[in-house]
Every structure is written in C-alpha cells, then in structure tokens.
Design a protein around this ligand. Structure first.
Ligand code: HEM
Length: 420
C-alpha cells in the first residue's frame, strides 16, 4: 500500500484505548528529538516484553536507561565497531563453507545463524553457532507469545496459566540458561576480555561503586542478542528483493568484483561500494525491520498542531513513512536509486527512519549497517544464490519478518574465491 493518503495522524481505538498513527516526518522529528522529554516508551512495551528483555536498554527508562546507555556506548562507537569488521567477514565465509554446492538452503535460517554468530562473537566473545538454532527458536517463540498476549482477548499477567504465557516462560528459560552459563563462566574467570560482556561485568557505579547484578547483565545481554533478529530480517528481505531483481544482482556483483576482486572485503573498502549500501538501505526502506516506533505521551503535548493527551499511545509509522509517494517516486518498487546521495538530499531526513532517532536511536545502528554491507558483499562475491522467486508476505512480530522460509539454490561463484 502507498501511504500518502493516510494523513499525518490517523486515530483509532483498540480495546477502547485511543491510539494515534503518525505518518508525518515533521511530527516524527518533533516527537523523537525536539520534544523528546514529552514522550517515553509505551508502558505496554515493558509489560509485554518484561519476561524477555527485563530492564535492558530497549525497555528501560530514566536514570537506568541513561546509566546503561553510557556504559554500553563505548562498544558501539564507529571506531570500535569497525574493529569487528574482519570477524563479520570471517563468519560470513564460514557460513558459506557450510553450503553444499547445488543444495537448497533456507536463507532466513542461514541469515539468522549468521547474524547471531556475529553479534555473539563480537560482543560476548562466543560465536554461539552450536546454540544458534536453539536461541533463534527461543526468540521466535517469545515474540509469538508476546503477539498472542497483545492481541488476545484475555489481558492477564504472564503468571496467569494460558498457553501463550507458558510458551513465553519456556522460551525465556531456554535463553536464561544459555546466558547464565556464559555469565557464570566469565565471572569465574575474572579476566577482562575487552568485550561488552567484560564491560558489563566490570562496570562500577560512579556514585556508590556497585556493580551490575547477574540479572542486570542478563537483561542487557539478551537485549543486545535480540539485535540479531532485526539484522537477519534486513538480510532476508534483501535476498528476497535480489531474487526478484536480477538487474540489481548484476550491478551489485559488478561493483563488488571491480572493487574487491578475489580478496576478502574489509571495512576500508566500504566507501567504494556505494551501490552495496544502497541495496541494503533500500531493502530496509521497503521492509523496515522495526516497522513502527511506539511512544506514550508523558504529558499533554501539542505536536505539529495535533494534541496528544497524557498517556496516549502514538506509533510513528516507519513502514508508512518509507512508502510515501511524495518522498519516493514509485514508492512500492525496489529501486536502490532511491538511496543515492542526491535522492537522500532531496527529501527530509525523517523520511527514512530504520534505526529511529533521538535518545532512543538504535545503539547498534552502525554495527548493523556495517554487518549488512560486509556480509552482502562477501556473499555475492563468493556464492551464486538463486532465490526461489514468488510473492512472500510479512510476519509482523517485534520485527517485520518474512513469513515462512526463503529457499534458494546455492553454489560457488568463482573457483579462487569459492567456498571456504
Ligand atoms: C538492521 C538491524 C537493526 C535495526 C533495523 C534496528 C532498529 C532499531 C530501532 C528502530 C530502534 C529504536 C526503537 C525505538 O525508538 O522505539 C532500536 C533500538 C535498539 N537497538 Fe537496534 N536495530 C538493528 C540492529 C541492532 C543490533 C545489531 C543491536 C545490538 C547489537 C541493536 C540494539 C538495539 C538496542 C539496545 C536498542 C535500544 C536503544 C535505547 O533505547 O537506548 N540493534 N533498534
């Protein structure tokens, strides 16, 4: 659907609660940045996601959010993130090594294992390849349970014995077991590995000198691991679009071949791969992994001539903004040309919001963008991937997933740079 006709603010009621859907870039900017003090994350987010994310960065508010954001920020500076580049490429090559030429793979599963392995190794010093399937499955189960609770007719706490609540408890128990094992092992070692896990375990409060409890560390680890989901979703949708656009594949491959040739791609190559960047950015425009930003007004506030009462719920409609015909000519078509520097300059900054903005902007944005480019360049350089064409629908959980599987036939592209 093209969404220019939605209007800047659409209103509806869910269970008699007024909701607002914002598809206007100026209002989005005011909410996220200029009047950020008047908005916080919705209470529902912390209620529905509490068992999974606890008080991790995504759900935390106020002083805890500020303290933990400051604590984690050094791990996500562009310089630090660039240092993860080589392992991102290494893990992509390792993933390719598991593909038997001529066999079919499910790209959704492959991209999920890849992104989980990369985030695990970069931030927690463990690839988690062996546990990848179990972890990914547990995240999926937790998301499905959460959606059932949000849309269910019975609004009861997770302690209430309903099948969806049991599903959430089981998923969380699986993740807790994996994460607690890692924390216990690291605390016992007592060594600074220089990664995010060590940062969390060794941090001390500036005022009272206390460290984080296992529960606080667990919440941040699971929140950061959850970032793999959005990255896998972006890569899956990228493959889906490439499967439908052989002309884009040809252009992408030509760029990678000309700039990289047979050697492994590095972070230093990325400025010379502008089309690769446009491809992943355009995939996230049409299929934004985080398709809406949910906020609650913490006071009566007027934005862009619209009044939002205290505690009203507002969704910034990223999906709709990304499909506005006034900003994107041919908005429903997959066209990397929508993402050239000239095209970006010609539209408002808030017409593209895959990572949000303001104080709650994605802390992993730079990490994810780097990973998407390096993984895609490595895959097209070394593998021939024939995606089964056809329409796919979306599976809107916490991220906008591609429903079901994305089968593809894979093989090596070139002898010298073939599978690892
Ligand atoms: C393509 C991949 C990704 C997309 C599209 C994405 C998108 C987003 C968006 C839109 C938000 C803001 C939500 C809001 O304002 O309500 C967010 C927050 C967050 N993201 Fe990501 N994300 C991605 C990857 C990652 C990765 C890889 C990590 C961690 C390694 C990560 C960690 C986080 C955290 C911790 C927050 C909460 C930040 C805060 O509230 O201070 N994300 N993400």
């Amino acid at each position: 659907m093209s969404t220019s006709a939605l209007g800047p603010v659409a209103r509806f009621r869910m269970f008699r609660i007024p909701m607002h859907v914002v598809t206007d870039t100026a209002i989005a900017q005011e909410m996220l940045v200029d009047k950020k003090e008047s908005f916080k994350k919705t209470r529902e987010l912390s209620v529905y996601l509490q068992p999974l994310l606890g008080n991790g960065l995504l759900a935390a508010e106020g002083a805890i959010h500020q303290r933990h954001r400051k604590l984690l920020a050094p791990a996500f500076t562009p310089k630090r993130v660039s240092s993860y580049g080589d392992l991102m490429v290494e893990e992509t090559i390792r993933q390719l090594g598991r593909w038997t030429p001529g066999r079919r793979v499910d790209l959704v599963e492959e991209m999920t294992t890849l992104t989980l392995t990369i985030v695990g190794r970069a931030l927690f010093g463990r690839g988690m390849r062996e546990e990848a399937e179990q972890i990914a499955q547990a995240f999926t189960e937790a998301m499905r349970a959460m959606m059932k609770r949000i849309t269910g007719l019975i609004q009861a706490p997770y302690s209430f014995p309903l099948p969806a609540h049991q599903q959430m408890r089981q998923a969380v128990a699986t993740l807790d077991a994996v994460v607690q094992r890692i924390i216990t092992q690291r605390r016992a070692e007592g060594v600074d590995h220089g990664d995010v896990l060590s940062m969390l375990l060794l941090s001390r409060d500036e005022v009272d000198g206390t460290g984080l409890s296992d529960k606080e560390v667990r919440d941040e680890v699971i929140t950061l691991l959850a970032g793999h989901e959005a990255t896998a979703s972006a890569l899956s949708w990228t493959w889906y679009e490439l499967g439908r656009h052989p002309d884009v594949v040809a252009k992408l491959t030509a760029e990678v071949d000309a700039v990289i040739g047979d050697r492994a791609v590095t972070v230093a190559d990325l400025p010379r791969l502008p089309y690769t960047l446009s491809v992943v950015e355009e995939a996230m425009r049409l299929h934004p992994p985080v398709y809406a930003l949910a906020r609650e007004a913490s006071e009566d506030v007027e934005v862009g001539g619209h009044r939002f009462g205290t505690r009203s719920t507002i969704f910034i409609n990223t999906y709709g903004i990304h499909r506005r015909a006034d900003y994107y000519p041919d908005p429903l078509a997959f066209k990397p040309e929508h993402m050239t520097p000239e095209a970006k300059k010609a539209r408002p900054r808030y017409a593209y919001l895959p990572f949000g903005d303001g104080p709650r902007v994605c802390i992993g944005a730079h990490f994810a963008l780097l990973e998407l480019q390096l993984a895609l360049a490595t895959l097209v350089q070394r593998a021939s991937v024939k995606v089964d064409p056809g329409e796919r629908t979306t599976d809107p959980l916490m991220t906008l997933r591609l429903r079901g599987t994305l089968p593809a036939t894979v093989g090596p592209r070139r002898a010298s740079a073939g599978h690892a």
